[in-house]
Design a binder for this molecule. Sequence first.
Ligand code: SF4
Length: 428
Amino acid sequence: MSKNINFSIHTLGCKVNQYESERVAGGLRRLGWGQVDFSSRANVYIINSCTVTAIANHKSRQLIRRALKNNPDALVVVTGCYADSDRDEIAQIEGIGLIVGNEKKSELPRLVAERLGFCKPNGAGEDAIIMPLHTRPLVKIQDGCNQFCSYCIVPHVRGDLWSRPEAEIIGEVSRLVAGGAQEIVLTGIHLGLYGVGAGNDLGELLARLIDIRGLGRIRLSSIELNEVTPKIIELMATSGKICSHLHIPLQSGSDRVLLRMNRHYTATDFIERTGELKEKIDDLALTTDIIVGFPGETEADFADSVRLVEQVGFSKLHVFKFSPRAGTPAADFSEQVPNNIKNERSSRLIDISKRQSAGFAASYIGKNLSVLVERKQGDYLSGISDNYIRVHIDGPEKIAGKLVTVNIAKQEEAVLYGSIKGANEMWV
Ligand code: SF4
């Protein structure tokens, strides 16, 4: 296989897309191909697209055009959810070489190699990740969603629920650990539905994963309120291996809006359940997603969201302004909220988020945190705590990629600063 081929991948959207891009890139690197930056001249450009909003579609089209401009002779490949939802629209862009839906994404290394006239690479897509490229590698365990939230196109494009076999997940995590990974991030389109229809569940899988020798910690990427089972709570509270961090999408604090969103909980459920989680899991960081300006959201509905956010106390909010996605019920709902109101509500929640993030971080001054050191940043080494706080550390560069205990001395907004507590022969 030629070693003179360069490829570039640009990924939009969720962690599942990021994971899938990494697997495709791993497959292409195994062919001896070089990976270059998207702004460089490459022989192959892959756009792993997203279609969650109209803006995501627009960004996907912009990237396609940028790739064609960088090298008009390149093979430009579009994959991901936009490739599934709007194949005809993409096909009209002159110069596109290949459009590959999510279902065939894992075969991309072979499809691309064949298109360029190379022979079939053996198993290039499978087992491609042997060495972790990131300090906290993603591991996809599930795909698909059957919840049909009224604003979301995902169930229409990602297809049926699918869970990866447990043995395959354990194999991949073991390889990542052997390659030096200390933390793995479990990801899926609807993570809490792992194992549905297969007689398994996320709690059982976690119980198996925590037994992998050498694995420092496991993080869950996002989970729905009703899917944090007693088994998961127990493991989070007692194993010492599952990060004290849950990202639980709220979307709205108004029961009226939640109903129109087709979300299956009430504001009271959210408050009670998260209260229970905080009580049972030490140092728990709760992060969430909120949509502002959902069709029909009144000032009173928004005030409900603000009240809930203040009451629960998150360590970070991801605030999204509602953007109608054609093909979803909410795009056709009446009472669309004007942009200026969406902007104003978004700014108000972002201000609250900044205050809550800083407050959460401040509560650790003078305490110890377990931190995974990621990279050099300015004069410091930068890492992430078990409970998802950015921590800057004074310490030797050889601790990059390691889990260390850090004594927290001070804070600047949501970032903590500290020094390593005691010596650790493992770094030598
Ligand atoms: S749970 Fe709702 S928002 Fe999440 S992927 Fe499924 S339909 Fe979309």
